[in-house]
Design a protein around this ligand. Structure first.
Ligand SMILES: Cc1ncc(C[n+]2csc(CCOP(=O)(O)OP(=O)(O)O)c2C)c(N)n1
Length: 569
């Protein structure tokens, strides 16, 4: 392109915005900055025309996670715009998560023009390829060049239109040369009112034809990991198979679902009279060691239903055989005998009874009872933070007969970062009531995610913080035993527990968010049932010192209860 037909920065930005809108982008998260000013002005024009919804965030890390959340709940590509320099680097955690969870986040990083690179000019660095293999596509658009093709190709790649490539994040690095402001006489178009771009699929269930009686009877289980979808439930029901579903599978419901399956797997182990023979995996299972060891069992043959390319593992790196179609999967899985399904449902009911008995004996709330309560009262959308919260629901959350909420979790990399921002984006994208359950360390990691500037859209978001003053998960891992041994003194608590005494109520007040403290599951249930408008924090104060012992008691009670029914059978 010659200098005569070189575009002005605002002209290039308007073309880029049009290409984003043409590619289906309806939400853009914008972080403030000078180099990205042309994009900001062009986006302001588009918003005034009612064509896009903008969300302004100061912290780019939160901008990235907000975009991720918006993309998750709208099931559409969402752009995030930053200025040059470290601003772009702050997007990395959200881009990494979007990569592994196949979410179309479109990074628009503003850059300095080529003549300023390498000169020591302010806020100038290497921005293209900053995200390496975490993006499906990255392109540089030099200052003055026409960005339409680059943006269109990026959207194509982000939404999974490239062959054999799952959806995922992309980067368009747009260099802008001064002037970075609109021309004299340019102005916002007459306001057409705010566009409302909500996408509301709601929780779903579906039906599959009953399995043919000619299929072999097999002791198969259906394992529904993260993002398995309702097809996993329908498959289990159609084949008469037990359904072992993680909370963020969106398949943890229905008559075949076995809630506390995690504590039952050993009862159907290789040495039991009725060992599991086959596993059909939908989605990605990440939550528990018993499940990981089930998938590693020599005696178990497993398949994964994979109709489209996925981003979370590399071909040939897992034991399960990938199967693309449901008829082939049906042949592999066979059908469950009435005894096989009944033994699981019976054992599941006994385990739930044992578990509930232990929890009922506790006056104050604890992780598993909070997980069970949040699950029981969930509606709209539920976001589960990493660490114990999602595992507590996996252990203690009773499957509902029908799906009652759409469940989200950042299981791509299971980070404890950006959870408030992700939940905010999820809530804003659909406009539905949303509850997020997270630990106090996860909450504090993203306290900045509470920051919404004046006039920014406010989500209906209930933030349930399980505050046990530190990270409890490590005490349930090997580190709990190291701590109990006393060999490392207080180092385990300091290095893993990370205790603190931050006043969450004071923090909430500083950000202008409602707050209440509860300490029993009855109080929590009341808080969950109350109507929600705007944002509120429900802080559940719990003591983590007895958590290891509580889990041991649960295990014991479950084993006794399950042992009885399985022996009786
Ligand atoms: C970004 C990131 N940093 C560190 C970790 C490691 N990590 C996993 S859980 C956890 C502690 C979480 O504590 P909290 O949120 O209070 O939940 P709890 O363990 O008490 O359930 C940490 C630091 C991580 N997963 N992600």
């Amino acid at each position: 392109m010659t200098s005569q037909d070189s575009l002005t920065s605002i002209g290039a930005a308007r073309i880029a915005v049009t290409a984003l809108l043409d590619g289906g982008v309806r939400h853009v998260v914008v972080a403030p900055g000078s180099r990205s000013a042309p994009m900001a002005y062009a986006l302001a024009e588009a918003e005034a025309a009612g064509r896009v919804r903008l969300h302004v965030r100061i912290d780019e890390r939160d901008a990235g996670f907000t975009a991720l959340g918006l993309a998750l709940s709208t099931e559409a590509p969402v752009a995030v715009v930053t200025t040059s320099g470290t601003a772009v680097g702050n997007l990395l955690p959200a881009v990494m998560e979007a990569n592994h969870s196949a979410v179309p986040v479109v990074v628009i990083s503003a850059d300095r023009p080529e003549e300023l690179h390498g000169t020591g000019a302010n806020q100038t660095t290497i921005q293209l390829d900053l995200f390496g293999d975490h993006v499906r596509f990255a392109v540089d658009v030099p200052a003055g060049d026409h960005p339409q093709k680059a943006v269109a190709t990026a959207l194509y790649a982000a939404t999974g239109a490239l062959e054999d490539t799952p959806p995922g994040p992309v980067q368009v690095n747009l260099a802008f040369r001064d002037p970075l402001v609109p021309a004299d006489g340019d102005a916002l178009p007459a306001a057409a009112g705010h566009g409302v771009f909500h996408y509301d699929a709601g929780p779903q269930a579906l039906n599959l034809p009953a399995a043919s009686g000619e299929l072999a009877e097999r002791r198969t289980v259906v394992l529904a990991g993260h993002d398995a979808g309702p097809v996993a439930e329908a498959f289990a029901r159609a084949h008469g198979l037990p359904l072992l579903a993680e909370p963020s599978s969106n398949a943890r419901f229905g008559r075949n679902a076995v809630g506390p399956y995690r504590v039952l797997l050993a009862h159907f182990g290789p040495d039991s009279p009725t060992p599991i023979e086959r596993v059909v995996l939908f989605g990605r299972a990440t939550l528990s060691r018993p499940v990981a060891s089930l998938l590693a069992r020599e005696s178990v043959v497993s398949a994964i239903y994979q109709p489209v390319p996925v981003a979370w593992y590399e071909e040939g790196r897992r034991r399960e055989t990938p199967i693309e179609t449901l008829p082939e999967l049906a042949d592999f899985a066979g059908r469950g005998s009435a005894e096989w399904l009944d033994s699981w449902l019976l054992a599941g009911a006994a385990a739930q009874h044992g578990l509930d008995g232990v929890l009922a004996g506790e006056d104050l709330a604890n992780g598993p009872s909070v997980g069970a309560t949040v699950w029981e009262h969930s509606r709209g959308q539920l976001v589960l933070g990493s660490s114990n919260g999602i595992r507590d629901v996996d252990l203690a959350g009773q499957p509902h007969p029908e799906p009652i909420a759409t469940v989200y979790a950042n299981r791509g990399l299971a980070g404890i970062d950006g959870t408030i921002a992700t939940a905010t984006g999820i809530a804003l994208g659909s406009g539905r009531e949303t509850t997020v359950l997270l630990g106090d360390v996860t909450f504090l990691h993203d306290a900045g995610g509470l920051l919404l500037g004046h006039g920014e859209p406010v989500p209906d978001l209930r933030i349930v913080v399980l505050n046990d003053s530190g990270g409890a998960i490590f005490s349930l891992l090997e580190h709990g035993a190291v701590e109990d041994s006393g060999a490392y003194g207080t180092a385990v608590e300091r290095l893993f527990g990370t205790p603190h005494s931050v006043g969450i109520g004071a923090l909430a007040a500083a950000y202008g968010v409602g707050h209440q403290t509860v300490s029993t599951t009855a109080e929590l249930a009341a808080a969950l049932k109350s109507p929600l408008k705007g944002r509120t924090i429900v802080e559940v104060r719990v003591d983590r010192s007895g958590l290891r012992a509580l889990h041991a008691r649960i295990k014991e009670a479950v084993s006794a209860a399950v042992g009885q029914v399985l022996t009786a059978g």
